[in-house]
Design a protein. Structure first.
Length: 115
């Protein structure tokens, strides 16, 4: 069974940085695509950043130039480096992975940015 475990969420001040990790139970190169989504209180889950198996990345406009997605196959882990955090980045961040039509989600990690 595929499992995704996120970590790294925390309370940080505006302008601060965090790095989120998503560790998979299988070789991450078996996934067609992995990425990060977030959901703020009362809001819908939205895309933050994705990376496909070939390494191509995609970012939400709101995080371009501030966030970076990366991966380490030896650790079965995908990262989200978040810099210059803003209060509007406050949300639960979820890791998502896809194998063809199968979609897997992690349990989420809370990021709170104080003003």
């Amino acid at each position: 069974q595929v499992q995704l475990v996120e970590s790294g969420g925390d309370l940080v001040q505006t302008g601060g940085s965090l790095r989120l990790s998503c560790t998979a139970s299988i070789n991450i190169f078996e996934f067609n695509r992995m990425g990060w989504f977030r959901q703020a209180p009362g809001g819908q889950r939205e895309l933050v950043a994705t990376m496909n198996v070939g390494g191509r990345t995609n970012y939400a406009d709101s995080v371009k130039d501030r966030f970076a997605i990366s991966r380490d196959g030896s650790k079965k882990t995908v990262y989200l480096q978040m810099n210059n955090l803003k209060p509007e980045d406050t949300a639960v961040y979820y890791c998502k992975a896809e194998i063809l039509t199968r979609v897997y989600w992690g349990q989420g990690t809370q990021v709170t940015v104080s003003s």
